[in-house]
Design a protein around this ligand. Structure first.
Ligand code: GLN
Length: 539
């Protein structure tokens, strides 16, 4: 069968990083995906194989895919906006590219040749794009290039997409450049110079953008659009305004209102009209909430909210369906440990609590104090991954009387653990390598009938995503259960406890997986929905 004629949309960035290129890419994809198969690819210039071993403070959340890939957090946007289940191959880092080239060089694939950045690296990148296009039978491949034009790191990706344009021809590729148009406070007007310079940098690399999306604090006026059009050599209708918005879910609607979809249809000779009615309704619910609730997120990366990006989105999704604004109160649990704030005070103005995933000992005794307070004061509680493990530790210590109950993760930091209620997964024993070696990705969760979890999910089995090395120690399960803790979700083959709950409590659930990773605006993950719903009862 002849390969399908895949079209490509390339999104580059300029002026600043942090403009929301991932959201812009996902929004473009959302607009085209009603009738077409749109596959996103993200290119990252760093030399790590994947972001799995990076500090979330530096890089934001590590997103985990169903296939077990640890990928850039933009994949969270792609999955939420496009409704696709992404694959780890779709995140191409320069580390992966070089790895492959060196492997091939050793194998002898380049015998007699000097292996060079051009053509070998650029060829490798292009063939990756084409392979995915073919494998997925994609109508459109959306390629987001990380960083900004002019960064040394992404030069080869930019060169590769330039060459790709040559190969596939004009009708089959659209270049979109995302820039920033500041409004300096002393001037009070849009300034287009940084955009002009950034487009010039792109032109120097042989790419003339077809469309410019200009991020700015306020919408661009027609005059500003015309100025950008004139200097950047594109028609004014191809300059799209990307003003700051209250919720990222407005972005596709804003683009469509400015005919971005039609522009792409015309250039690529395709037709896939967006279906925005349901989306619009949910956006309206986010913008005009009827009620309000505050949920605390208690962790150690609370200064960088990108570390918990998917949790924030999942709360937004739940809020949209409950017509509720979910405010988040960040609680740095090290402050509780240091006695700078009491748990009672920290939680005084919240109606629900999330203890998210995490690693290491810093801040965990504070988290355990928070969990104890939630349990005793009937505050709705959701423990995610580490949050579940710590809830088990709290229960073991304070209800089962197992003094010194802990996770063996603490042993790595020199603590002797008397009751290892959380211990290393058997499959993790003896593993030395850190990269990509956790228990990762989608797994089935079996749910016991008659439990709270069963009522919430309304199913005997659900699929959720995991990223952990430790688990509830099976040896302690009978003791914990005898004291009233219910393990309502489990993995039968390896006997891993995946959901815990306290039936006497209005809402106290811990899950070994990351429910935030599969939540969508149109379909919130049920645990977040129920957390917010229960929290509303306390307003
Ligand atoms: N540190 C814990 C583990 O490895 C929890 C991991 C997490 O929260 N993602 O099991």
């Amino acid at each position: 069968m002849a390969p399908k004629n895949t079209k490509y949309i390339v999104i580059t960035g300029g002026v600043l990083s942090g403009l929301g290129k991932g959201i812009a890419t996902a929004s473009v994809g959302h607009l085209l995906s009603s009738k077409l198969k749109v596959i996103p690819i993200k290119c990252d210039g760093y030399l790590n194989t994947d972001p799995g071993t990076m500090n979330p403070i530096e890089h934001g959340e590590v997103f985990v895919l169903d296939d077990g890939g640890e990928v850039d957090m933009d994949f969270g946007h792609y999955e939420r906006f496009l409704g696709v289940t992404c694959r780890s191959e779709w995140n191409l880092t320069m580390g992966k590219v070089y790895w492959r080239i060196l492997e091939r060089e050793r194998r002898g694939d380049y015998l007699g040749k000097t292996v060079q950045l051009i053509p070998h690296v650029t060829d490798e990148i292009k063939s990756h794009f084409k392979k995915i296009a073919q494998q997925e039978k994609a109508d459109i491949v959306l390629i987001e290039i990380g960083g900004t034009v002019g960064d040394m790191e992404n030069e080869l990706f930019i060169e590769a997409v330039r060459q790709l344009g040559q190969e596939v021809g004009e009708d089959n590729i659209v270049y979109i450049h995302l820039t920033y148009v500041p409004i300096p406070p002393n001037l009070g007007e849009h300034k287009t110079k940084p955009t002009q310079q950034s487009v010039k940098l792109l032109n120097e690399r042989g790419i003339r953008p077809d469309i410019i999306i200009a991020r700015s604090p306020k919408p661009l006026t027609q005059k500003v659009k015309e100025k950008i059009a004139l200097f950047c050599n594109i028609p004014p209708e191809a300059v799209i305004s990307g003003p700051d918005v209250k919720t990222v879910y407005q972005v596709p609607i804003l683009y469509d209102q400015q005919n971005l979809t039609a522009l792409i249809h015309k250039k690529l000779k395709i037709y896939s009209p967006p279906n925005l009615a349901k989306w619009q309704k949910l956006v309206d619910a986010i913008l005009n909430p009827e009620r309000e609730v505050t949920i605390a997120i208690c962790g150690k990366y609370t200064d960088l909210h990108d570390s918990y990006a998917s949790i924030l989105e999942a709360l937004t999704h739940a809020g949209a369906h409950l017509k509720t604004k979910v405010r988040v109160k960040w609680i740095e649990t090290t402050k509780i440990e240091q006695g700078k704030i009491t748990v009672e005070k920290a939680l005084a103005d919240v109606q629900g609590v999330i203890v998210p995933g995490g690693f290491g000992l810093r801040g965990i005794e504070g988290k355990i104090d928070v969990i104890q307070y939630c349990r005793q004061n009937k505050i709705p509680f959701l423990g995610i991954c580490y949050g579940m493990q710590l809830a088990v530790i709290e229960f073991a210590r304070n209800v089962c009387g197992l003094e010194g109950a802990h996770t063996t993760e603490a042993e790595e930091e020199g603590i002797e653990v008397k009751h290892p209620v959380i211990c290393l997964l058997p499959s993790q024993k003896g593993l030395k390598k850190k990269g990509g070696t956790m228990r990762l990705g989608g797994q089935d969760v079996y749910i016991k009938p008659g439990t709270v979890a069963h009522k919430i999910y309304g199913a005997d089995k659900v699929r959720e995503r995991f990223r952990h090395r430790y688990e509830v120690n099976p040896e302690y399960v009978p003791t914990l259960e005898k004291c009233g803790l219910v393990f309502s979700g489990y993995e039968p083959q390896e006997n891993i406890m995946q959901i815990m709950e306290l039936p006497e409590h209005p809402f106290f659930i811990g899950v070994q997986y990351h429910p935030e990773l599969i939540s969508k605006l149109e379909k919130p993950e049920p645990l977040f929905y129920h957390l917010v719903e229960h929290a509303l009862e306390r307003v």
